[in-house]
Write a protein that binds this ligand. Structure first.
Ligand code: AP5
Length: 220
Protein backbone atom coordinates (compact mmCIF):
# COMPACT_ATOMS: atom_id res chain seq x y z
CA UNK A 1 0.00 0.00 0.00
CA UNK A 2 1.26 3.50 -0.89
CA UNK A 3 2.64 5.67 1.90
CA UNK A 4 1.72 9.31 1.38
CA UNK A 5 4.08 12.03 2.49
CA UNK A 6 2.99 15.64 2.11
CA UNK A 7 5.64 18.34 2.48
CA UNK A 8 4.28 21.74 3.51
CA UNK A 9 6.40 24.66 2.38
CA UNK A 10 5.75 28.31 3.09
CA UNK A 11 7.35 31.29 4.80
CA UNK A 12 7.18 31.62 8.59
CA UNK A 13 3.63 32.56 9.49
CA UNK A 14 2.18 31.55 6.12
CA UNK A 15 -0.21 29.16 7.86
CA UNK A 16 1.53 25.97 6.77
CA UNK A 17 1.38 24.57 10.32
CA UNK A 18 -2.33 25.37 10.56
CA UNK A 19 -2.99 23.72 7.21
CA UNK A 20 -0.75 20.75 8.03
CA UNK A 21 -2.92 20.04 11.09
CA UNK A 22 -6.16 20.30 9.09
CA UNK A 23 -4.81 18.06 6.32
CA UNK A 24 -3.44 15.54 8.82
CA UNK A 25 -6.82 15.23 10.53
CA UNK A 26 -8.63 14.88 7.20
CA UNK A 27 -6.28 12.20 5.88
CA UNK A 28 -5.72 10.57 9.26
CA UNK A 29 -1.96 11.07 9.04
CA UNK A 30 0.30 12.46 11.78
CA UNK A 31 1.66 15.98 11.41
CA UNK A 32 5.38 16.14 12.03
CA UNK A 33 6.63 19.66 12.71
CA UNK A 34 10.33 20.10 13.45
CA UNK A 35 9.48 23.45 15.08
CA UNK A 36 7.02 21.78 17.49
CA UNK A 37 9.49 18.96 18.26
CA UNK A 38 12.26 21.48 18.98
CA UNK A 39 10.01 23.65 21.15
CA UNK A 40 9.08 20.55 23.20
CA UNK A 41 12.80 19.99 23.87
CA UNK A 42 13.06 23.59 25.10
CA UNK A 43 9.91 23.23 27.23
CA UNK A 44 11.28 20.01 28.78
CA UNK A 45 14.64 21.71 29.42
CA UNK A 46 16.60 18.87 27.79
CA UNK A 47 20.26 19.22 26.75
CA UNK A 48 19.10 19.54 23.14
CA UNK A 49 16.54 22.16 24.17
CA UNK A 50 19.24 24.21 25.91
CA UNK A 51 21.44 23.92 22.81
CA UNK A 52 18.80 25.18 20.35
CA UNK A 53 16.91 27.75 22.46
CA UNK A 54 19.00 30.84 21.62
CA UNK A 55 19.37 29.81 17.96
CA UNK A 56 15.60 29.60 17.54
CA UNK A 57 14.93 32.78 19.52
CA UNK A 58 17.25 34.62 17.09
CA UNK A 59 15.37 33.22 14.09
CA UNK A 60 18.24 31.09 12.79
CA UNK A 61 18.18 27.46 11.71
CA UNK A 62 19.42 24.72 14.00
CA UNK A 63 21.94 22.32 12.48
CA UNK A 64 20.97 19.87 9.75
CA UNK A 65 22.35 17.00 11.90
CA UNK A 66 20.03 17.77 14.82
CA UNK A 67 16.87 17.89 12.72
CA UNK A 68 17.94 14.87 10.61
CA UNK A 69 18.12 12.67 13.71
CA UNK A 70 14.81 14.05 14.92
CA UNK A 71 12.96 13.48 11.66
CA UNK A 72 14.48 10.04 11.11
CA UNK A 73 13.38 8.86 14.57
CA UNK A 74 9.92 10.39 14.24
CA UNK A 75 9.27 8.82 10.84
CA UNK A 76 10.08 5.40 12.34
CA UNK A 77 7.22 5.71 14.84
CA UNK A 78 4.22 3.48 14.28
CA UNK A 79 1.73 6.24 13.53
CA UNK A 80 3.81 7.30 10.50
CA UNK A 81 3.47 3.84 8.99
CA UNK A 82 1.06 5.06 6.30
CA UNK A 83 2.83 8.38 5.73
CA UNK A 84 2.84 11.82 7.32
CA UNK A 85 2.45 15.55 6.81
CA UNK A 86 5.83 17.27 7.16
CA UNK A 87 5.73 20.84 8.42
CA UNK A 88 8.99 22.82 8.45
CA UNK A 89 11.19 20.10 7.02
CA UNK A 90 13.19 20.16 4.75
CA UNK A 91 14.55 23.69 5.04
CA UNK A 92 17.94 23.36 3.34
CA UNK A 93 19.19 21.46 0.30
CA UNK A 94 21.12 19.15 2.67
CA UNK A 95 17.92 18.35 4.58
CA UNK A 96 16.16 17.74 1.31
CA UNK A 97 18.85 15.23 0.19
CA UNK A 98 18.51 13.45 3.53
CA UNK A 99 14.72 13.27 3.26
CA UNK A 100 14.86 12.00 -0.32
CA UNK A 101 17.27 9.28 0.83
CA UNK A 102 14.72 8.18 3.46
CA UNK A 103 11.93 8.12 0.86
CA UNK A 104 14.12 6.08 -1.49
CA UNK A 105 14.40 3.38 1.20
CA UNK A 106 10.63 3.51 1.91
CA UNK A 107 8.61 1.12 -0.23
CA UNK A 108 5.84 2.83 -2.24
CA UNK A 109 6.48 6.34 -0.90
CA UNK A 110 4.40 8.96 -2.71
CA UNK A 111 5.68 12.49 -2.08
CA UNK A 112 3.49 15.56 -2.58
CA UNK A 113 5.03 19.00 -2.01
CA UNK A 114 2.69 21.94 -1.33
CA UNK A 115 3.63 25.60 -1.06
CA UNK A 116 1.38 27.84 1.04
CA UNK A 117 2.17 31.08 -0.72
CA UNK A 118 1.85 34.30 1.31
CA UNK A 119 3.53 37.70 0.92
CA UNK A 120 6.11 38.88 3.45
CA UNK A 121 3.76 41.73 4.47
CA UNK A 122 0.97 39.28 5.35
CA UNK A 123 3.46 37.19 7.35
CA UNK A 124 4.29 40.19 9.53
CA UNK A 125 0.58 40.84 10.14
CA UNK A 126 -0.15 37.21 11.04
CA UNK A 127 2.77 36.60 13.37
CA UNK A 128 1.99 39.75 15.36
CA UNK A 129 -1.35 38.21 16.45
CA UNK A 130 -0.23 34.63 16.93
CA UNK A 131 -0.46 32.88 20.28
CA UNK A 132 1.04 29.44 20.75
CA UNK A 133 0.77 26.55 23.17
CA UNK A 134 3.55 24.12 24.06
CA UNK A 135 1.23 21.27 22.97
CA UNK A 136 1.62 22.52 19.38
CA UNK A 137 -1.78 24.23 19.02
CA UNK A 138 -1.67 27.65 17.37
CA UNK A 139 -4.13 30.54 17.51
CA UNK A 140 -4.50 34.04 16.16
CA UNK A 141 -6.15 36.67 18.34
CA UNK A 142 -8.26 37.92 15.38
CA UNK A 143 -8.35 35.16 12.75
CA UNK A 144 -8.45 32.08 14.98
CA UNK A 145 -9.09 33.11 18.59
CA UNK A 146 -9.13 30.56 21.44
CA UNK A 147 -12.55 29.98 23.08
CA UNK A 148 -11.29 31.38 26.39
CA UNK A 149 -9.02 34.38 26.35
CA UNK A 150 -5.34 33.31 25.98
CA UNK A 151 -6.09 29.70 27.08
CA UNK A 152 -5.43 26.67 24.85
CA UNK A 153 -8.67 24.95 23.70
CA UNK A 154 -6.85 21.62 23.50
CA UNK A 155 -5.01 21.36 26.83
CA UNK A 156 -6.09 24.38 28.91
CA UNK A 157 -2.57 25.80 29.22
CA UNK A 158 -1.93 29.56 29.12
CA UNK A 159 -0.97 30.67 25.60
CA UNK A 160 2.26 32.54 24.94
CA UNK A 161 3.81 34.78 22.28
CA UNK A 162 6.66 32.80 20.74
CA UNK A 163 10.06 34.45 21.38
CA UNK A 164 10.74 34.36 17.64
CA UNK A 165 7.55 36.33 16.89
CA UNK A 166 9.18 39.65 17.86
CA UNK A 167 9.24 42.07 14.86
CA UNK A 168 13.06 42.07 14.43
CA UNK A 169 13.23 38.28 14.64
CA UNK A 170 10.41 37.90 12.11
CA UNK A 171 12.47 39.93 9.60
CA UNK A 172 15.47 37.67 10.26
CA UNK A 173 13.35 34.52 9.82
CA UNK A 174 12.08 35.77 6.48
CA UNK A 175 15.68 36.42 5.36
CA UNK A 176 16.75 32.95 6.52
CA UNK A 177 13.72 31.43 4.79
CA UNK A 178 14.36 33.01 1.39
CA UNK A 179 18.07 32.17 1.51
CA UNK A 180 17.67 28.52 2.52
CA UNK A 181 14.22 27.34 1.49
CA UNK A 182 13.83 29.12 -1.87
CA UNK A 183 16.41 26.76 -3.48
CA UNK A 184 14.52 23.73 -2.10
CA UNK A 185 11.25 25.09 -3.51
CA UNK A 186 12.96 25.71 -6.87
CA UNK A 187 13.88 22.03 -6.97
CA UNK A 188 10.22 21.04 -6.58
CA UNK A 189 9.05 23.68 -9.07
CA UNK A 190 11.43 22.22 -11.66
CA UNK A 191 10.18 18.71 -10.89
CA UNK A 192 6.68 19.85 -11.94
CA UNK A 193 5.22 18.33 -8.75
CA UNK A 194 4.83 21.41 -6.59
CA UNK A 195 1.24 22.39 -5.77
CA UNK A 196 1.15 26.13 -5.13
CA UNK A 197 -1.73 27.33 -2.95
CA UNK A 198 -2.66 30.96 -2.39
CA UNK A 199 -2.40 31.15 1.42
CA UNK A 200 -3.83 34.68 1.77
CA UNK A 201 -7.59 33.88 2.06
CA UNK A 202 -9.12 32.82 5.41
CA UNK A 203 -8.01 29.49 6.95
CA UNK A 204 -11.11 27.54 5.87
CA UNK A 205 -10.84 28.68 2.25
CA UNK A 206 -7.16 27.76 2.07
CA UNK A 207 -7.99 24.30 3.48
CA UNK A 208 -10.74 23.84 0.88
CA UNK A 209 -8.38 24.88 -1.90
CA UNK A 210 -5.80 22.34 -0.70
CA UNK A 211 -8.45 19.62 -0.62
CA UNK A 212 -9.63 20.53 -4.13
CA UNK A 213 -6.16 20.64 -5.61
CA UNK A 214 -5.18 17.32 -4.05
CA UNK A 215 -8.36 15.70 -5.34
CA UNK A 216 -7.58 17.00 -8.83
CA UNK A 217 -4.28 15.20 -8.66
CA UNK A 218 -6.09 12.19 -7.07
CA UNK A 219 -3.68 11.95 -4.11
CA UNK A 220 -5.87 13.27 -1.33
P1 AP5 B 1 8.72 26.59 12.85
O1 AP5 B 1 7.97 26.33 14.08
O2 AP5 B 1 8.66 25.61 11.74
O3 AP5 B 1 8.37 28.04 12.36
P2 AP5 B 1 8.17 28.67 10.92
O4 AP5 B 1 8.54 27.88 9.75
O5 AP5 B 1 8.87 29.96 11.06
O6 AP5 B 1 6.67 28.72 10.76
P3 AP5 B 1 5.66 29.20 11.79
O7 AP5 B 1 5.36 28.11 12.77
O8 AP5 B 1 6.09 30.52 12.37
O9 AP5 B 1 4.43 29.56 10.89
P4 AP5 B 1 3.40 28.67 10.06
O10 AP5 B 1 3.64 28.88 8.61
O11 AP5 B 1 3.36 27.27 10.55
O12 AP5 B 1 2.09 29.47 10.39
P5 AP5 B 1 0.93 29.16 11.44
O13 AP5 B 1 0.08 28.05 10.93
O14 AP5 B 1 1.48 29.06 12.81
O15 AP5 B 1 10.26 26.75 13.19
C1 AP5 B 1 10.69 27.57 14.25
C2 AP5 B 1 12.19 27.53 14.36
O16 AP5 B 1 12.63 26.18 14.62
C3 AP5 B 1 12.97 27.94 13.09
O17 AP5 B 1 13.10 29.34 12.97
C4 AP5 B 1 14.29 27.21 13.33
O18 AP5 B 1 15.07 27.90 14.29
C5 AP5 B 1 13.85 25.88 13.94
N1 AP5 B 1 13.59 24.87 12.93
C6 AP5 B 1 12.40 24.27 12.65
N2 AP5 B 1 12.52 23.40 11.66
C7 AP5 B 1 13.82 23.42 11.28
C8 AP5 B 1 14.56 22.76 10.28
N3 AP5 B 1 13.98 21.87 9.45
N4 AP5 B 1 15.88 23.03 10.18
C9 AP5 B 1 16.49 23.90 11.00
N5 AP5 B 1 15.84 24.59 11.96
C10 AP5 B 1 14.52 24.36 12.10
O19 AP5 B 1 0.09 30.53 11.26
C11 AP5 B 1 0.64 31.77 11.68
C12 AP5 B 1 -0.48 32.62 12.34
O20 AP5 B 1 -1.44 33.01 11.35
C13 AP5 B 1 -1.28 31.85 13.41
O21 AP5 B 1 -1.64 32.75 14.40
C14 AP5 B 1 -2.52 31.33 12.64
O22 AP5 B 1 -3.63 31.14 13.48
C15 AP5 B 1 -2.74 32.44 11.62
N6 AP5 B 1 -3.23 31.98 10.33
C16 AP5 B 1 -2.92 30.82 9.69
N7 AP5 B 1 -3.53 30.77 8.48
C17 AP5 B 1 -4.23 31.93 8.37
C18 AP5 B 1 -5.07 32.47 7.34
N8 AP5 B 1 -5.30 31.81 6.21
N9 AP5 B 1 -5.62 33.68 7.56
C19 AP5 B 1 -5.39 34.38 8.71
N10 AP5 B 1 -4.62 33.91 9.72
C20 AP5 B 1 -4.04 32.71 9.54
Amino acid sequence: MAKNFYIMFGPPGSGKGTQAEILGKRLNLPTISTGVLLRKEIENKTELGKEVESIMAAGNLVSDEIVAKMIDNRLKEKDAGQGAILDGYPRTLNQQDFLLSIFKKTAEAVVTPLLVDVSDDEVIKRLGGRRACACGATYHMIYKPPKNDEICDVCGTKLVVRPDDQPEVIKERLKVYHKNVDPVIDYWKKSGKLIIINGEPPIKEVAEEIEKRLKETSIG
